[in-house]
Design a protein around this ligand. Structure first.
Ligand code: FAD
Ligand code: NAD
Length: 444
């Protein structure tokens, strides 16, 4: 869009039948729409005002998928109209390089188009990592793409991989009343998070009945007619109605014929770029999941725009913010930006902690969203905000208030902002005032 707005002639090549990318069709949007419905279901069932007391409302995975599909259609149609309005031509087919200035587009019916161009952006995203020793064609073995075609209503599921995808889907399935076993290869959940937040997630999943097994690796996955058995290297065996394998992603580069342009992807299918999102080939750029970290839709939007600016002027005028926020849509939700307590301690930074518990906030009491807290980490001498960690409903929205202050330069980044400003009341934003006062009271 940035290039089209600058008057360039732009074409998009997409192999899927509609635009929007994996983000819209298989990743961010469906998982968030599913999570939203499940979270409302939990709220409904736990609120005596709305349920009739002795019977819980039940939704199947296909019920919530129907709602998600409607959101996907709206998002995809919207993006289609953006392209139409701005004269961006969409070619539907599989793209591969002929040389650095020519691309072959192979349509589903086998017919071929050839496009010649001055510059190219590779934005082919990623797909679930699917090891060859697991039979993903088995009707009970899924990855995070195929789970969206789940037709039956499982009573139990094993989720292998307790990364962001595994943890989010554990919340979704458990919220629908499915028995969930979550298998983690590491010794704690989402170890990049502040330890208190990761512990809180573990506690809430455990408290809701999710069985989490840490430090486990699969030996084999056995698909049976009526179930799936997971054999672990530790000798344990687990059985469930189906299995979701959610353990990492691979960049979509294998179909691109990169050798034709002298580029090579790494073992995870990713290509390397410089600070201008330029690959080792002069006129070829890459953005999004295909370049690896941070592999987020949030960052990919910016990367696309930055790359376009570099293509126009030779240089990116800006770069991604250093502290990229994390929004994890588990139930409860998690969001953080900046340093964790563990990182600050290792760096020997004299920080202090300010906390607000949601259960003390009027807005949370009204909304019945009392699980959660906001934690602000700040420098005890300069009062500079160093990290914000939020756990609970709307965490991924709440974190942005603090992020805006944290990104201010010099003394404008100060926890004192939150005690000196006036927030609407009652709001969840009030958590910042409460946490700031709590933290500043610790300074002596
Ligand atoms: C389950 C899940 C949940 C997620 N949740 C979040 C979240 O909450 N927040 C967040 O920020 N990020 C989230 N992500 C990550 C996010 O979806 C990705 O970071 C984002 O989609 C990357 O955008 P992209 O443009 O690089 O690739 P994609 O969105 O994957 O799009 C790539 C497109 O390229 C097409 N393509 C690939 N190869 C070819 C080819 N050879 N020819 C033509 N077309 C091709 C594909 O069909 C696809 O449409 C999630 C991911 C998953 C899987
Ligand atoms: N809310 C969010 O922001 C959100 C939600 C869901 C997914 N995502 C994105 O999806 C991805 C998370 O994927 P995940 O939860 O499956 O796993 P993960 O990235 O947490 O990885 C799980 C494990 O698989 C390994 N691994 C990763 N890729 C591999 C590969 N190609 N080959 C072998 N091993 C590999 C990793 O080292 C790790 O041990 C991330 O890119 C994340 O940014 C983000």
């Amino acid at each position: 869009m940035q290039l089209a707005k600058a008057g360039k002639q732009v074409a998009v090549i997409e192999r899927h039948e509609s635009v929007g990318g994996g983000c819209t069709h298989w990743g961010t949007i469906p998982s968030k729409a599913l999570r939203h419905s499940v979270s409302r279901l939990i709220e409904y069932n736990s609120n005596p005002l709305f349920n009739d007391g002795d019977r819980s409302r039940h939704l199947t995975f296909s019920d919530v998928l129907t709602h998600a599909s409607a959101v996907i259609r709206k998002q995809s149609r919207l993006r289609g109209t953006f392209y139409d309005r701005n004269g961006v031509k969409v070619f539907h087919g599989e793209a591969s390089f002929i040389d650095a200035h020519s691309i072959k587009v192979t349509r589903e019916d086998g017919s071929v188009d050839q496009i010649t161009t001055k510059q190219v952006v590779i934005a082919t995203g990623s797909r679930p990592y699917t090891p060859a020793d697991i039979d993903f064609d088995h009707p009970r073995i899924y990855n995070s793409d195929s789970i969206l075609s789940l037709k039956h209503d499982p009573k139990s599921i094993i989720i292998y991989g307790a990364g962001v995808i595994g943890s989010e889907y554990a919340s979704i399935f458990r919220g629908m009343g499915v028995k969930v076993d979550l298998v983690n290869m590491r010794d704690r959940l989402l170890s990049f998070l502040d330890a208190e937040i990761s512990d809180s997630l573990s506690y809430h999943l455990w408290n809701n009945g999710v069985v989490i097994r840490h430090n486990e690796t699969y030996a084999s996955v056995e698909g049976r007619d009526d179930s799936v058995v997971l054999h672990l290297e530790s000798g344990k065996k687990m059985r469930a109605d189906c299995l979701l394998f959610a353990n990492g992603r691979t960049g979509n580069t294998d179909m691109l014929n990169l050798q034709a342009i002298g580029l090579k992807a790494d073992s995870r299918g990713q290509v390397r770029v410089d600070e201008n999102y330029k690959t080792e080939v002069d006129n070829i750029y890459a953005v999004g999941d295909v370049i690896g970290y941070p592999s987020l839709a949030s960052a990919a939007y910016n990367q696309g725009r930055f790359a376009a600016q570099a293509m126009l002027s030779g240089k990116c005028p800006s770069s991604l913010v250093e502290d990229i926020p994390t929004g994890i849509y588990t139930i409860p939700e998690i969001s953080s930006v900046g340093k964790t307590e563990q990182e600050l301690t290792a760096l020997k930074v004299p920080y202090e902690v300010g906390r607000a518990q949601f259960l003390h906030l009027a807005r949370a009491q009204i909304a019945n969203t009392q699980v959660g807290s906001l934690k602000i980490l700040f420098h005890r001498e300069t009062k500079e905000i160093l990290g914000i960690h939020c756990f609970g409903e709307r965490a991924s929205e709440i974190v942005h208030i603090g992020q805006a202050i944290m990104q201010q330069k010099g003394s404008a980044n100060s926890i004192e902002y939150f005690v000196n400003t006036t927030f609407n009341y009652p709001t969840m934003a009030e958590a910042y005032r409460v946490a700031a006062i709590n933290g500043l009271n610790r300074i002596f």
